[in-house]
Design a protein around this ligand. Structure first.
Ligand SMILES: [Zn+2]
Length: 269
């Protein structure tokens, strides 16, 4: 289904709850016919929820909801950006490939952010590899529609400029973290960040993907995961991770986890 047809489609309409719950009332007033098959989403995207109501509504009618699949590649470096994504229960890893192979994770995007922010700089080519590492729902909009909405909404421009600032700061923070902090602390940080985005105590990730994302050998991930397991902070079995003690995990993580959150809250909170 074309995103632009969402507003008039009889099939389904996406409602984002949270600060945008008023959208339901808005939609009911906009269409005289009953709305069939309204499906609600029990989570929200914070960037969309923070927008003024009218801007949020305008964006949502141009979005379609999709289910992101674990391992799906959304962007490849140097290729055109076809869509922007607003995760609402999924997470996406931005990675910089090295020598044509798996690279290093430079940013994790979940319901606090969006994929495709470089479009606001009028660059329509992806700078990073974008890999789905947390399956779940997301809202998607074509790049042309997004640029049209961006042009006509000052509020959206302002918010996304702030998000770009946050993203740049987080990229720098992750680079420093990778250079100076030990694998166990970095793994704890990644698990906390994923826990925040997954909105669940359980999620799936393999040793191989974790090793690629953190830029270490698999044996390094195995050793760090065993340590967290021994401390009863997590449970880990065949890629299925359960967070058992979040407070304990925070104490093991490097300070970059809190610094990352503080950057976001200071600029966008
Ligand atoms: Zn760190």
């Amino acid at each position: 289904m074309e995103p632009s047809s969402l507003a008039t489609s009889d099939s389904w309409i996406i409602i984002v709850l949270g600060s945008c719950t008023r959208l339901l009332n808005f939609l009911k007033h906009q269409w005289s016919a009953p709305l069939p098959h309204i499906r609600s989403v029990s989570a929200t995207n914070r960037l969309l929820a923070a927008l003024p109501r009218k801007n949020c509504e305008q964006l949502l009618v141009n979005c379609e909801q999709i289910e992101l699949i674990f391992g799906e590649v959304l962007y490849r470096p140097k290729e055109l950006i076809p869509y922007v994504y607003f995760p609402i229960g999924s997470s996406i890893s931005l990675e910089m490939p090295i020598n044509g192979g798996a690279g290093l994770e430079v940013k994790l995007i979940g319901n606090e952010g969006m994929l495709g922010i470089t479009l606001i700089l009028e660059v329509d080519v992806a700078p990073f590899h974008a890999l789905v590492v947390g399956a779940g729902p997301a809202l998607r909009m074509t790049a042309p529609l997004f640029l049209r909405e961006l042009e006509r909404s000052v509020a959206l421009q302002q918010e996304l400029k702030h998000y770009l600032y946050v993203s740049m700061s987080q990229l720098a923070l992750t680079t420093t973290c990778t250079r100076f902090h030990v694998v166990e602390a970095r793994l704890a940080r990644w698990l906390l960040m994923t826990h925040d985005r997954a909105q669940s105590d359980h999620f799936h990730i393999t040793h191989e993907i974790l090793a690629n994302m953190l830029g270490v050998r698999r044996v390094g991930i195995t050793k760090a995961a065993r340590s967290l397991l021994k401390q009863k902070l997590i449970n880990y079995r065949r890629g299925d991770i359960t967070i058992l003690d979040r407070v304990g995990l925070e104490s093991v993580s490097c300070e970059c986890y809190q610094a990352d959150k503080e950057i976001y809250e200071r600029v966008l909170g």
